[in-house]
Design a protein around this ligand. Structure first.
Ligand code: SF4
Length: 657
């Protein structure tokens, strides 16, 4: 099972001749506001579309308002409700009412609860080839399946983009994935991205945009392409993108949006920074084993693993095609008595098409339990597996505890593998069922936009229930700081570790004082109390701090609790940007071994900070225990240094308006 070839390819110049542009460069250069694609420096992009979801949207709209902006300036901005639709108290209802009224007033579309998962609905109804999309959700690159440059960011970056501001990012490298051949029967798009994760790991895409090309591309439909670009987020990539071609036109025509089509592809002589090749015909059904999306193996290696729950849905795998393939496997059969099967269709469009063609009846007759068209179990909103249980999910993440059951084992798989497991009660390769696969692509999707409310009047009053609390604002960065270390952490700390989600915590997303009590709760239940007792503090960590999601509460809540600095071996891209946006200084060790000699209780003395962050040199931090100082670097751009000096992006944007 080694279908991949990996290597460095040519640079931009070959034989002194300037080469053509790849697809990424074409979209970047047509949206470039400042910076140069030829340098390794930060670039700024014009953003055509934005999306927010309810878990991040309340903050984004409060921030938009706090910057004294009055109306969105993008071609289209959409506010979705998909993460938390349980209304077990007034909190979610307050948030939904706030978001609906804020979207109307500020000029955004509003996708009502029940209309579907933001990425699925955006792909169906809004995504356009060649455009840029910034979303306050890390799986925004799902729209890359449409030939769109779609990126995840914190809500504050999205609020600035809604106001017409540029989005800043480090000039990305471009990795070409060259696809040849055709997928064998019962091997799916999910297996392509799992194979790439197996090869490149969760760090393999950091600082890169992944561009798909080659003759194998035309064999994949837009929803299949979007499954792949969706999980580019798990590679740490800034984005992933497919060309816009006849498959794109076919999808847009079936969505009644043929006028949005433009053909787009790389020039034949385009240069790339890196390349990977996959022969699709050599792939087999795969699973990501607990507890990381890159811990990948053939499902056939697990045929004796018993399964207790199967969950089909999420922004990765809940398209019409996905669920029709599930129906094909389940039709006329019954779910194994030891398995609970739950299905969340990705959108109301998908659900209503399954309903009108009878597939829904087949699914229900098999014993499937139907959930709303929302994120549901993917964000820990119900359906936690049984203790020590095995759950097979078509989702994109299987971090320990994300399912809501700390000792459960979550395997990530394609809808085809998941449906096969539901029938047999064991991890099952769908090819062993002896079925033939014949799901076609619909000529016309069912189009009904009545659950998408258009922008309203600028005079719309904003509804603010008691769950909508004022935004905390970060203080300006002091020139000197004495900061006790209050937490020491290892590698790959996720935003889930920093600020968990789930049905108890998500309703507090617009109430920072309340939600901050859950900061690092899984690691140290006393963290919030300790941080408040110290007033100001620092935490230290290993590599890839803040991996996982764009959740800006993972920066905002620690800031509220007095965290001023995070000193780590390395950071995940979106979280590092969020720390800066909320006035927390991200520093890295010059000598990574220094982490070993720092411990909770040691106080770091930082001085001359204002000058230190405006020069590129490493600087020393003194310790209170008389041992040698720790040398650190900040890697901030001039713009980021200014944001930190002002006390975060909100302060600096307000000052510049
Ligand atoms: Fe929703 Fe899960 Fe997708 Fe996040 S990853 S947008 S929680 S379905």
């Amino acid at each position: 099972m080694f279908p991949l070839v990996f290597g460095k390819v040519n640079t931009k110049f070959k034989g002194g001749i300037i080469m053509g542009q790849n697809l990424t460069q074409k979209i970047l250069s047509s949206h470039l506001v400042s910076g140069s694609l030829d340098s390794g420096n930060e670039i700024a992009l014009r953003i055509d579309q934005t999306l927010t979801q309810d878990a991040t949207g309340t903050m984004a709209y409060l921030q938009f308002e706090a910057m004294n902006l009055s109306r969105v300036q993008t071609e289209c901005s959409v506010s979705y409700i998909d993460h938390n639709t349980l209304q077990t108290g007034f909190e979610n209802a307050d948030d939904h009412a706030f978001l609906q009224s804020a979207a109307a007033r500020f000029g955004a579309y509003f996708s009502r609860p029940g209309n579907g998962i933001c990425h699925q609905v955006h792909l169906e109804r809004f995504a356009k080839p060649g455009k840029t999309l910034l979303g306050s959700d890390s799986h925004t690159p799902t729209a890359g399946g449409m030939g769109m440059l779609a990126m995840g960011a914190g809500g504050l970056d999205v609020a600035v983009a809604m106001g017409g501001g540029a989005f800043y990012l480090p000039n990305p490298k471009v990795l070409r994935v060259w696809l040849t051949g055709q997928l064998p029967e019962w091997v799916s798009a999910k297996d392509i991205i799992l194979e790439i994760l197996r090869t490149l790991t969760v760090k393999g895409g950091v600082g890169k945009i992944i561009e798909y090309a080659g003759p194998g591309v035309k064999t994949l439909t837009v929803p299949e392409r979007s499954t792949i670009t969706n999980m580019g987020a798990e590679l740490g990539a800034s984005s992933s993108i497919f060309p816009s071609d006849e498959q794109t036109l076919r999808f847009l025509e079936a969505q009644g949006r043929a006028e949005d089509y433009v053909p787009l592809c790389a020039d034949e002589d385009a240069a790339y920074d890196e390349e990977l090749a996959i022969d699709l015909s050599t792939l087999v059904p795969l699973v990501a084993q607990p507890h990381s999306p890159d811990n990948v193996a053939p499902v056939s290696e697990h045929s004796t693993t018993q399964v207790h729950q199967v969950a089909i849905g999420s922004c990765t795998n809940s398209s019409y095609q996905d669920l029709m393939r599930v129906r094909q496997i389940l039709k006329g059969k019954h779910v194994h008595p030891g398995v609970s099967l739950v299905i969340s269709p990705g959108s109301r469009q998908v659900l209503s098409m399954l309903s009108s063609n009878g597939a829904l009846t087949d699914l229900l007759d098999s014993g499937a339990r139907l959930l709303e068209s929302t994120c549901g179990p993917c964000i820990g909103m119900g359906q936690s597996p049984v203790s020590k249980g095995v759950s097979v999910r078509t989702f994109n993440r299987n971090f320990l505890g994300r399912s809501g059951t700390q000792d459960a084992s979550v395997f990530l798989a394609s809808p085809e593998v998941a449906a096969a497991c539901a029938l047999t009660g064991f991890l099952t390769d769908p090819r062993t069922l002896g079925l033939s696969s014949n799901v076609g692509f619909p000529e016309r999707f069912r189009i009904d936009d009545s659950m998408i409310l258009p922008p309203g009047s600028p005079d719309t009053p904003i509804k603010r229930g008691p769950n909508i609390q004022p935004l905390p604002i970060a203080p300006a960065l002091d020139d000197s700081l004495d900061l006790p270390i209050i937490l020491k952490l290892g590698n790959n700390i996720t935003t889930d570790d920093i600020m968990p989600a789930g049905s108890k915590i998500l309703p507090l997303r617009s109430n920072i004082p309340a939600i901050s009590e859950f900061t690092f709760h899984k690691i140290d239940p006393q963290f919030a109390a300790k941080a408040k007792a110290q007033t100001q503090s620092v935490i230290i960590a290993g590599h890839n701090y803040g991996q996982g999601s764009s959740r800006e509460h993972a920066a905002l809540a620690p800031m509220y609790l007095g965290l001023r600095v995070v000193l780590a071996k390395s950071f995940a891209r979106i979280h590092r940007a969020n720390l800066i946006n909320f006035g927390i200084l991200p520093l890295t060790f010059v000598d990574e071994n220094d982490l070993d000699r720092l411990n909770v209780g040691t106080t770091l003395h930082l001085s001359g900070l204002h000058q230190a962050i405006q020069t590129s040199e490493p600087f020393a931090i003194a310790l209170d225990n008389d041992s040698a100082p720790v040398l650190v670097r900040h890697d901030l751009t001039e713009r980021q240094a200014k944001i930190l000096l002002a006390g975060g992006l909100l302060n600096s944007t307000r000052a510049s308006i």
